[in-house]
Design a protein around this ligand. Structure first.
Ligand SMILES: [Zn+2]
Length: 500
């Protein structure tokens, strides 16, 4: 092949992933500026490589860099279509390329054959990926609320506050008898502020991504009879990008002129869905910037570049400014204290506070520890006590600034107190893991529905009914155990019913 042909082929390989990305499913959700970004990334990469090529030729009067460009384009292209073996294939390809560099000075027939074999493998993966992207029917939907419009129009602000991994007060009291007075006082303060604390509450699922998805689907999206799901595309928060049109709660709020805002944390950043982020009202440049970050992540998700990007982000996460970003209640508080805030203004705030979940970085007075607490028992307790302080401050603020607000303080799952290590998957299937902190502040006529039936799903349904001013249609309460990827279980993608 001539140099020119190499370069033409290279350009094609660099552009193909962007072209594949623009399938009908993605196109529905993209703006023109985003399509531009998806193409500009490989184009910049190509132009830089071509410039280096010209520069090296100018310097050394030798043409060789085009071969490197060619290999790079192939690697770049291939990396997008290895869903499961990404890491290994990447190293395998590097190894083969190096072998050729070392043992053959020139292109050989074998080399071209190798490339063709890679291609065939890549195309197979592409076909699998196309099937995978069309899996919206794996979960079940419930349209009870989708098209329902409210004529009476209430305007109360709603605060759905998720306290990640927060155990029930009862189990914390049992495990820390010396603190029982403190816990008792906390409960008293809740009740004084018109909250109902729900004892013996259970989450809908044992994992964050499923429980939070169930709130948004107003339903149990997967049960013991559902098909196995291959990934988290249809669940929180990936569904904001991959299944946005089918999110029952979002559609419902839109139909009823409620403004939805998502306040996230480092682990599930609300910048993934800038249209719902509280930051959306900031100036255009930052809005544009946030959009691009999430899009770039999404675009590279299936490629090995994803791992590299995440490593960079993790490095950045080491400084405390980013740890602060986990404090979703603080972000909500700042907003309530700003001039953009109005009481009773048809706002639905979904606040995902990462604590008392790991990282164990907080003292009980909410100052930061010098380093992450390695002691799981102590670390969790301190994070928990800080969270109680945060809740107290928030309910005081709301009683002043938004007295008619409807508030939910609820965990997405509990916490196994005997847990020694965050990766111990055996602790994901215990009663402690699904027994949750649960408290609600409701309008007078809905107080009778505040029972332990209010898991994540039924609470979400109750809130919708309040907006509609109708009798709630609650489901039979259930709890399911699902899996995380890191458990490497053959059962990943299936859930099983918890039977008490
Ligand atoms: Zn969680």
């Amino acid at each position: 092949m001539t140099i020119k042909k190499h370069l033409i082929l290279s350009s094609i390989f660099f552009l193909l992933p962007s072209i594949f990305f623009l399938n009908p499913n993605n196109l529905k959700q993209l703006f023109y500026s985003e399509i531009f970004i998806i193409f500009i990334i490989p184009v910049i990469l190509m132009i830089s490589l071509f410039l280096i090529d010209k520069f090296l030729y100018f310097l050394l009067k030798k043409n060789f860099f085009y071969i490197i460009i060619f290999y790079s384009s192939l690697l770049y292209f291939s990396s997008f279509f290895y869903a499961f073996v990404t890491k290994y294939i990447f190293y395998f390809q590097i190894l083969i390329l190096l072998t050729f560099f070392i043992f053959t000075k020139k292109y050989s027939e074998i080399f071209f054959k190798t490339i063709i074999i890679f291609f065939v493998i890549n195309l197979f993966y592409l076909i699998f990926n196309i099937n995978k992207s069309d899996q919206t029917n794996v979960i079940s939907y419930d349209d009870t609320y989708s098209n329902y419009k409210n004529e009476d129009k209430i305007d109360n602000n709603i605060y759905f506050i998720i306290l990640d991994g927060m155990n029930s007060i009862e189990s914390m009291t049992d495990n820390n008898i010396n603190l029982s007075k403190k816990f008792k006082n906390f409960k008293k303060n809740l009740i004084k502020n018109d909250f109902i604390y729900l004892e013996n509450s259970f989450s809908s699922y044992n994992t964050t991504y499923l429980s939070l998805a169930s709130i948004f689907y107003n339903n149990y999206p997967v049960n013991e009879n559902s098909n196995q799901y291959p990934n988290r595309d249809l669940f929180f928060p990936n569904f904001f990008i991959k299944n946005h049109n089918n999110i029952s709660l979002i559609n419902f709020l839109e139909n009823n002129n409620y403004n939805f805002s998502w306040i996230g944390n480092n682990f599930r950043p609300d910048s993934l869905a800038p249209q719902h982020s509280l930051l959306k009202n900031k100036n255009l440049i930052s809005k544009y910037f946030y959009q691009n970050i999430s899009l770039i992540f999404l675009f590279f998700e299936n490629s090995y570049i994803d791992g590299i990007l995440r490593k960079i982000i993790n490095l950045k996460n080491k400084n405390t400014k980013n740890i602060d970003n986990n404090d979703a209640i603080l972000k909500l508080t700042n907003f309530i204290n700003s001039k953009n805030f109005h009481k009773s203004s048809k706002n639905y705030f979904f606040v995902h506070h990462i604590y008392p979940h790991t990282p164990f970085v907080l003292n009980k007075d909410c100052t930061y520890k010098k380093q992450v607490d390695e002691n799981f028992e102590n670390g969790y307790l301190d994070n928990y006590l800080c969270t109680l302080n945060k809740i107290n401050d928030l309910i005081n603020l709301l009683s002043k600034k938004d007295p008619n607000s409807i508030v939910v303080l609820q965990a997405d799952h509990g916490w196994e107190l005997n847990k020694k290590n965050s990766q111990d998957s055996q602790y994901l299937f215990t009663k402690d893991r699904i027994e949750i902190f649960n408290a609600v502040k409701l309008p007078e006529k809905y107080k009778k529905f505040a029972t332990k039936k209010l898991d994540n799903v039924n609470t979400s349904r109750l809130l919708n009914s309040i907006i509609l001013n109708v009798e709630p249609n609650l489901l039979e309460k259930k709890t399911f155990f699902g899996y995380y990827e890191f458990q490497n279980s053959a059962n990943y993608g299936k859930v099983k019913l918890y039977e008490n």
